[in-house]
Design a protein around this ligand. Sequence first.
Ligand SMILES: CC(C)(COP(=O)(O)OP(=O)(O)OC[C@H]1O[C@@H](n2cnc3c(N)ncnc32)[C@H](O)[C@@H]1O)[C@@H](O)C(=O)NCCC(=O)NCCS
Ligand SMILES: Nc1ncnc2c1ncn2[C@@H]1O[C@H](COP(=O)(O)OP(=O)(O)OP(=O)(O)O)[C@@H](O)[C@H]1O
Length: 199
Amino acid sequence: MTYILGLTGGIASGKSTVSAFLKEKGAVVLDGDIIARQVIEPGTPGLAKLKAAFGAEIIQEDGSLNRKLLGQRVFNNEKQLQKLNAIMGPLIRQKFEEGIEQARQLKTKLLVLEIPLLFEGHYEQYCDSVMTVSVPHAIQVERLMERNKLNRHEAERRIRAQMDQIERNRRADIVIDNSKQVEETLAQVIKWLIMNKFA
Ligand SMILES: CC(C)(COP(=O)(O)OP(=O)(O)OC[C@H]1O[C@@H](n2cnc3c(N)ncnc32)[C@H](O)[C@@H]1O)[C@@H](O)C(=O)NCCC(=O)NCCS
Ligand SMILES: Nc1ncnc2c1ncn2[C@@H]1O[C@H](COP(=O)(O)OP(=O)(O)OP(=O)(O)O)[C@@H](O)[C@H]1O
């Protein structure tokens, strides 16, 4: 039987850090951010839909999406973000459903669904349990500014485009605190793996 672990957390909370570790320990990971890129590669129906909805100016000369431009548009405008989500949501869900089916056929023991918008997209229905990675707001802002080279205002806006962390933590089965050293974070993950006989 395939055990499905949902992995979520706010932007720059540390999901990738945790999922890389789970992969190292033998889990198969489906990453929502990677899938979200695949469904809008040049030449895909997904990219054509974005072009029709947001205009030809979001497509670069090489035929790929201008991510920075679209990001600025949607994270500054709730309506535009909803428009983007309405296009991307179904495309992403279909890929996840295919990945889950494949993992079941291959009898994968532990499948991790790494999804920033897990609860927003109601992906908990596919999961046996949901783990969320959590950091205090001030640390999240600092790490996001540093990693994405955003100013404080832009970072705050991106964080606000997602579910409130308190609500996300309340809905999750397991909350991983990533406010200290990475080693301390991974110690919490290994404890879960041992408790559930995956390590
Ligand atoms: C708007 C886009 C082009 C901006 O690209 P950019 O390279 O700047 O960001 P990237 O894709 O690396 O995303 C970084 C983080 O932003 C957050 N984020 C992305 N999309 C969204 C969204 N629709 N709503 C809230 N937060 C989001 C996530 O935490 C994600 O990890 C891109 O984020 C996108 O295509 N988003 C829609 C797809 C989606 O919903 N992705 C979430 C995966 S389930
Ligand atoms: N415990 C930690 N201490 C210091 N820095 C950390 C820690 N965990 C993660 N980071 C750093 O914070 C940033 C965000 O981490 P990571 O990329 O794992 O988050 P994420 O949740 O996957 O982000 P996103 O969903 O936005 O891609 C990265 O630059 C990472 O190196």
